[in-house]
Design a protein around this ligand. Structure first.
Ligand SMILES: Nc1ncnc2c1ncn2[C@@H]1O[C@H](COP(=O)(O)OP(=O)(O)OP(=O)(O)O)[C@@H](O)[C@H]1O
Ligand SMILES: [Mg+2]
Length: 251
């Protein structure tokens, strides 16, 4: 479904990604782990056209994604959440979720109340409520994000990404700051979602990635140092030393 092959991404002389490849098949959950600054978010940024690789290819169902404008990705079936929350503070939860629907221009027209828009707005509203229900937070639809617990906000951003009805969902650190019970619920949610989409997951919560992923790619200093099923990654000594290096660096 998604094939990233040998991409390099540079920022002013810094090599953020160096020959990175990643494959995501239909309905797979693919984990991407690695220490801080390894290039995980940059990899997602390349897939979603926020940055352009200097070499390599990225294809989605056989077509190149390089140079495809970010706004088009939702139409192609690709949705992502950003590291950090990124909810609009002056919009309610429901409005934030509706804002995740593709065709922003049409949506803007609806919000301005152009003729014939009521029905479409109602449909979007219903879909947004259904997504909030699936995420277990429909009772907070009318609240403003700022007053909600972190765990609820994290669910709202996933509900928002689902408005694109993605075939491929890219999640950047969905478990960060979640309690153990929230993480367990997130694992259950991902297992449910995979029935209708593939998921690529960047996470520091390694146990969670091990629990849900079919395959895991490990980045360190912009390079793939290991790739394979969770058991193989768990037993890989290069992976252990990359994380140990981080622990020592932070000590
Ligand atoms: N827009 C940018 N401009 C310059 N350098 C950048 C930019 N984005 C990322 N980098 C650099 O690229 C490298 C990889 O960063 P990236 O954010 O992809 O890491 P990460 O694996 O997501 O880290 P974290 O776990 O902390 O989120 C880092 O050295 C970072 O400083
Ligand atoms: Mg990151």
């Amino acid at each position: 479904m998604l094939e990233v092959a040998g991409i390099d991404v540079h920022f002013d002389g810094v090599v953020a990604l160096d020959g990175v490849s990643l494959t995501v098949r239909e309905h797979q959950i693919v984990g991407v782990i690695g220490p801080n600054g390894a290039g995980k978010t940059t990899l997602f940024n390349a897939v979603s056209s926020f940055v352009t690789p200097v070499t390599g290819t990225i294809t989605y169902r056989g077509r190149s994604l390089i140079g495809v404008p970010t706004w088009r990705l939702a139409h192609l079936g690709i949705a992502r959440t950003l590291q950090g929350l990124g909810l609009f503070p002056t919009l309610t939860v429901l409005e934030n979720v509706i804002a995740g629907a593709p065709s922003r221009a049409r949506l803007a027209a609806d919000m301005l109340g152009f003729p014939g828009s009521d029905r479409r707005t109602e449909t979007l509203r219903e879909e947004a409520m259904a997504n909030l229900t699936e995420l277990g937070v429909a009772d907070r639809a009318g609240a403003y994000p700022g007053v909600l617990p972190h765990g609820v906000q994290k669910r709202v951003i996933i509900a928002r990404a689902l408005m694109a009805r993605p075939s491929l969902l890219l999640l950047d650190e969905p478990a960060s700051g979640l309690s153990a019970s929230d993480v367990n619920e997130l694992i259950e949610l991902l297992r449910t979602l995979r029935e209708r989409m593939a998921i690529a997951l960047v996470e520091h919560h390694v146990d969670m990635v091990m629990a849900v992923s079919d395959t895991i790619t490990v980045l360190n200093l912009g390079q793939v140092i290991a790739s394979g099923p969770p058991d193989e990654i768990r037993a890989n000594s290069d992976v252990a030393s990359a994380y140990l290096g981080q622990a020592v660096a932070h000590a």
